[in-house]
Design a protein around this ligand. Structure first.
Ligand code: ADP
Ligand code: ADP
Length: 233
């Protein structure tokens, strides 16, 4: 589903590349966990998948990243939105409407779907993410975990095949973090969505992962293995 071929990213003025010679394949329908210390290159790697790198961050990308066969360097992030949904650490920063239901509908508005299809997708997503009772709730009145679920829902209504989550639980307490991770795991199992999730606290997310990629800090992912293998080391 996602392939990296000899991918390097160099930011201007940086002494060392943020990513160096990355070769990887992430299969469809798996939750791939990207772990590593702050500054290791996790956001950069996610950015090459969503197209934020190189289009919006000033890094120079060498090599090739493809998602479902599409070269992310050749498309602006907006043109990849039907394929890759991206949610950052601060969900509030990407809200553009006032209520839960409006926010879930917003992402679809540029897709040219029939109103009935849009309504059905909103209903499906409200159910899937456990948000049905909050549909008319102002976004400003939501808890952290609820906000993060709405942010995920707002990209899911577009039906992306890949979901990119950058430390989605960093601002959440353990209970709310579990609530969000359980939802993400359900997406992988029920919809076959491929998820790439970055996190610096391995212990918080390891139980949800199908595959773990360690970024130790030198720009080279150390390993792509299953969680039991990685934890045994
Ligand atoms: P992580 O997500 O693991 O914290 P990042 O991908 O954000 O790591 O950063 C990797 C390295 O690249 C760090 O040294 C960081 O300072 C640098 N970096 C990240 N984004 C930029 C940018 N837009 N411009 C210059 N340097 C950057
Ligand atoms: P459409 O809205 O294009 O008519 P549906 O809403 O009926 O299509 O969904 C088509 C398929 O996509 C169904 O099998 C459904 O389970 C699945 N699906 C629903 N929501 C999502 C989602 N957020 N991401 C990926 N697949 C989804």
């Amino acid at each position: 589903m996602i392939t990296f071929e000899q991918v390097s990213v160099q930011y201007p003025d940086a002494a060392a590349p943020a990513l160096a010679g990355v070769d990887l394949t992430i299969p469809e329908g798996e939750l791939c966990l990207l772990v590593g210390p702050s500054g290791a290159g996790k956001s950069t790697l996610l950015g090459t998948v969503s197209g934020l790198v190189p289009h919006f961050t000033g890094g120079t990308l060498h090599g090739r990243v493809t998602v479902a066969g599409r070269d992310t360097r050749r498309h602006r992030p907006r043109d990849l939105a039907d394929l890759v949904g991206t949610v950052g650490q601060d969900p509030g920063a990407q809200f553009v409407t006032d209520t839960v239901e409006e926010e879930l509908a917003y992402g679809m508005e540029s897709l040219g779907l029939a109103p009935a299809v849009m309504r059905r997708r909103v209903e499906e997503t409200l159910d899937l993410l456990g948000l049905a009772e909050l549909r008319n709730r102002p976004l400003a009145a939501l808890s952290g975990g609820q906000r993060q679920r709405v942010a995920i829902g707002s990209v899911l209504t577009v039906h992306p095949r890949v979901l990119v989550l950058d430390e989605p639980t960093s601002a959440l307490d353990p209970g709310a973090a579990e609530e969000v991770l359980a939802v993400v795991q359900r997406l992988v199992h029920d919809l076959g969505t491929t998820v790439l999730l970055a996190e610096h606290r391995l212990e918080r997310v390891v139980q949800y992962a199908d595959r773990i990629l360690l970024l130790p800090g030198d720009g080279r992912p150390a390993q792509l293995g299953d969680p039991a293998e990685v934890l045994a080391q």
